[in-house]
Write a protein that binds this ligand. Structure first.
Ligand SMILES: Cc1cc2nc3c(=O)[nH]c(=O)nc-3n(C[C@H](O)[C@H](O)[C@H](O)COP(=O)(O)OP(=O)(O)OC[C@H]3O[C@@H](n4cnc5c(N)ncnc54)[C@H](O)[C@@H]3O)c2cc1C
Length: 241
């Protein structure tokens, strides 16, 4: 079925880290924008002639909640026309044309494995949606380990929320690796060291979900497949670019 196009209205824009904004979109005329946690929408931005020049996809960062509001968590990429437009031209009250929801980066109906979520930067968006969805729906799950990577402390997205969940949500664990902050008490360096250590002995009852840009994903997939010898069907990823 072709995806529907909507004219969303930007209700709120929050700076949540240097160069990262959360955009709250509302879909007028729609009671409930239905999607599965982990899916994305694709915007048609006025930044080119051809549609492939204009289309930019963004993961939905909130959990499905039966409303018509969506949260998107977007990083400004250096001289990127899409994120540049969203940061420079889009204001609260602006209209954004988008289609969706789309994508198969979603959890199975029945969760029978431990979940390990690996991400950097705004790659955390689909995992926030999935984790909040599991929390709110009360759907049964096993352990969830969120492994987040960024450069420095100020780049940690949704930190308070995840730290609170790590204390209150049974089975949820949260680790952060920072690559450019020497006075950080947690993991220094990249996300890879964490799962390489924690999941060094392959287990059939784990599923890895990875989200972000190609360099991190390529490295993580190679580590899991080649170095740790996990099965391909245990590895799922969403590539941002
Ligand atoms: C399914 C899907 C979901 C996505 N969800 C999100 C999301 O939730 N949040 C989000 O911020 N982006 C997300 N993206 C990426 C987004 O669609 C755009 O590609 C991004 O905003 C850059 O667009 P641009 O026009 O600013 O830069 P472009 O000119 O399109 O990008 C320039 C180049 O830089 C690379 N690049 C851009 N940003 C980065 C970065 N931070 N790190 C490393 N390389 C980078 C791109 O791959 C490209 O090669 C998603 C992409 C896909 C396919």
């Amino acid at each position: 079925m072709p995806l529907l196009w909507y004219d969303g209205i930007v209700k709120k824009i929050d700076n949540i880290a240097p160069n990262v904004r959360q955009f709250q979109l509302e879909v007028p005329g729609v009671d409930s924008f239905d999607f599965k946690a982990g899916q994305f929408v694709t915007m048609d931005l006025p930044i080119g002639e051809k549609r492939l020049q204009r289309w930019r996809s963004y993961s939905i960062a909130n959990a499905p909640n039966g409303s018509n509001a969506l949260e998107l968590c977007i990083v400004r990429s250096a001289s990127g026309p899409g994120s540049g437009f969203l940061f420079d031209e889009v204001k609260e009250g602006s209209a954004i044309r988008f289609k969706g929801p789309d994508g198969g980066f979603v959890l199975p109906e029945t969760i029978e494995r431990d979940l390990v979520f690996i991400c950097t930067g705004t790659g955390v968006a689909p995992f926030r949606s999935m984790i909040l969805d599991l929390l709110h729906s009360g759907k049964s799950h096993r352990n969830i380990h969120l492994i987040f990577g960024a450069r420095s402390e100020q780049d940690i997205l949704y930190r308070e929320e995840f730290e609170t969940l790590a204390k209150s949500m049974p089975g949820f664990r949260y680790d952060v690796a920072l690559s450019r902050q020497e006075d950080w008490n947690g993991y220094q360096g990249y996300v890879h060291q964490i799962y390489l250590h924690e999941y060094a002995s392959p287990r059939p009852d784990i599923a890895f979900y990875i989200c972000g840009w190609s360099q991190m994903i390529d490295e993580a997939v190679a580590n899991l497949l080649v170095q740790l010898k996990y099965d391909r069907n245990q590895i799922h990823y969403e590539l941002y670019g």
